[in-house]
Design a binder for this molecule. Structure first.
Ligand code: PBG
Length: 324
């Protein structure tokens, strides 16, 4: 009771605030997303994501070494697939010599200590821009799971450490886990996008990969933003089916879900600060409405406070450059 208790005593100096800080950010908390394109010496800025680039393989390798030196220990690889390689079944996704497979090999060769996460989903490969095989204008769940399982095995063969299915089909974690076990990839981890919401905040990412859905939306498979408890069901099922890390996505509008996940489960929780969140902050910062260092830091520490251990963020590199 006042004046016995004055909470300001411990806020008096930067040093004392640091001593009692409940959370902090380390470079090893981050997952750095990479967008890979075919070609040589290619560096294309994504218009809606200022400062973020699609890179060809030669530059990806340089990039990975650079972020490793900053202390980042995880990259999440996405590929931009050329139009002529797209179909309804993601055939190119299984090509042992495809862009993803070559990217994984090149990264592991250049930087073996980097933990390579790979996106397992059909949308960059799909003529329809959907995360599954399309049948009569619907997304066919079970056939898609089979393709995803083969995709995960193909990534594991190329050297991926963690496969990250981002599709939200039912049962895909079990299909992937079984396929990996059958092929003896017993140490390949799965980071499941368990609570992935049908969100407006993925817009810039779909520009980056040219993967916007050609018809309809993703509401028949991604979660309804109205729901919270359902995320616990999704996470529980994924953990039972063999997921090692579970992700909540997007991040900032879903901090309640991250908190619920971390209160209810003991597996590591990842949060994805998605492209739209990045774009919003970046725009406000570029207008001078927000202070860059303070706003970026605050947006990231919120994920730790909510209970995420890992944070996929397009701010990861600059954060580690400036603050680490
Ligand atoms: C698709 C996928 C998406 C993102 C990651 N994987 C978009 C979507 O579901 O349409 C979004 C990431 C971001 O916005 O930064 N499998």
């Amino acid at each position: 009771m006042f004046p016995l208790i004055r909470n300001r005593r411990l806020r008096k100096s930067a040093s004392s605030r640091l001593l009692v800080a409940e959370n902090s950010l380390l470079p090893s908390d981050f997952i750095w997303p990479l967008f890979v394109v075919e070609g040589k010496s290619i560096q294309q800025e994504i218009p809606s994501m200022q400062g973020i680039y699609r890179l060809s393989l030669d530059l990806i390798v340089k990039e990975v070494k650079e972020v490793y030196h900053l202390g980042i220990r995880a990259v999440l690889v996405f590929v931009k697939v050329e139009d002529h390689l797209k179909d309804n079944f993601g055939k190119e996704a299984l090509n042992p010599n495809g862009l993803m497979q070559r990217a994984i090999q090149a990264i592991k060769e250049a930087c073996p200590e980097m933990v390579v996460f790979t996106d397992v989903a059909l949308d960059p490969y799909s003529i329809y821009g959907h995360d599954g095989v399309v049948e009569n204008k619907t997304i066919a769940n079970d056939i898609t799971c089979e393709v995803l399982a083969q995709m995960a095995v193909s990534h594991a063969k190329s050297g991926a450490d963690v496969v990250a299915p981002s599709d939200m089909m039912d049962g895909r974690i079990l299909s992937i886990r079984k396929a990996l076990e059958e092929e003896k990839f017993i140490d390949t981890a799965i980071m499941s996008y368990s609570a992935k919401y049908a969100s407006a905040f993925y817009g810039p990412f779909r520009d980056a990969l040219d993967s916007a859905p050609g018809f309809g939306d993703k509401k028949t498979y991604q979660m309804d933003p109205c729901n919270a408890k359902e995320s616990l069901l999704e996470i529980e099922l994924d953990l039972k089916q063999g997921a090692d890390i579970v992700m909540v996505k997007p991040g900032m509008p879903y901090l309640d879900i991250i908190k619920m996940a971390s209160d209810n489960f003991n597996a590591p929780i990842a949060a994805y600060q998605v492209s739209g969140e990045f774009a919003m902050l970046n725009l406000a910062i570029s207008k001078g409405y927000l202070n860059r260092e303070d706003a970026v830091w605050e947006s990231l520490i919120g994920f730790k406070r909510a209970g995420a251990k890992l944070i996929a963020s397009y701010f990861a590199k600059e954060f580690c450059e400036k603050f680490a």
